[in-house]
Ligand binder design. Structure first.
Ligand SMILES: [Zn+2]
Ligand SMILES: [Zn+2]
Length: 261
């Protein structure tokens, strides 16, 4: 059976203190976001048996610190192509020289090596944020975090994925009684903030999930959510058990998953 060419994916860590998702297909290795320092991202890549020089490209979804912390240093050191929207670039948050900066247009697919990539516009409080669907011609992986609400546009693009890395950021009641100041509660819970467990579950009832074989709950708030609650809520929407759902956490992310034929 052919082993190369299949999509594999993993996370280096997920949450408000730093995010990075790794997607591989054959010898193509794409890092989506990098909210970790060079030293830390190197350590976390090595945990997944990959060296930073093996990366093919870095994609950035938006300019928030938990997604761009280590991007500049990483692309400079290893001369990696960096893909962002023009809006993300114009914020100037990615400081320092970038040797090979490539602008992407939302809704215009592009390829990196063996991966075809569709950037999808999402409602989030950044300049021109996107999330990504990645495919190899047979499989589709959706990476969908950092959005405050579900739009018909998002439903259309993320339907029929075999794998989803999906934000389940907070439980609305925990957020309401939690330690955040009122302004931050409004931001997180608003239409341009982050998805609650219930919103993520509702999204799962709206998309076509007959081909879904991997679901990873991601970008959980350490203050305003708990893992069991997130998994239970998502599982109920799919009529499955919570242990079917994988959890991405801040320290470990999650290990390699492979798309099956
Ligand atoms: Zn984030
Ligand atoms: Zn964000």
């Amino acid at each position: 059976m052919r082993q190369t060419g299949r999509i594999r994916f993993a996370s280096l860590g997920s949450g408000s203190k730093g995010n990075a998702t790794l997607v591989s297909c054959g010898k193509t290795h794409v890092l989506i976001d990098c909210g970790f320092t060079m030293k830390e991202v190197t350590r976390r890549l090595q945990r997944l048996n990959l060296e930073p020089e093996q990366l093919s490209a870095v994609l950035v979804t938006h300019e928030h610190g938990d997604h761009i912390g280590g991007v500049g240093a990483l692309v400079r050191r290893y001369k990696l192509p960096l893909y962002t929207t023009a809006g993300t670039r114009l914020t100037g948050r990615l400081n320092g020289e970038v040797p090979d900066w490539r602008s992407i247009h939302p809704e215009h697919p592009f390829a990196v090596g063996d991966l075809e990539i569709w950037p999808v516009t999402v409602p989030h409080d950044a300049r021109e944020p996107v999330q990504f669907v990645l495919g190899d011609g047979q499989h589709r992986l959706g990476v969908l975090t950092d959005l405050g609400s579900i739009t018909p546009h998002v439903v259309r693009h993320f339907s029929r994925c075999q794998a989803l890395v999906l934000e389940a950021n907070h439980d609305p009641q925990m957020l309401a009684v939690g330690p955040y100041p009122p302004s931050l509660k409004r931001r997180v819970g608003g239409d341009f903030g982050h998805l609650s467990n219930d919103q993520a579950a509702d999204f799962l009832t709206q998309i076509e999930t007959t081909k879904l074989t991997h679901l990873i709950a991601s970008h959980l708030s350490e203050q305003n959510n708990c893992a069991d609650l997130a998994c239970q809520t998502l599982a109920a929407a799919l009529n499955t058990t919570p242990d079917w759902i994988t959890l991405a956490n801040q320290e470990e992310g999650f290990g390699w998953r492979e798309m099956q034929l």
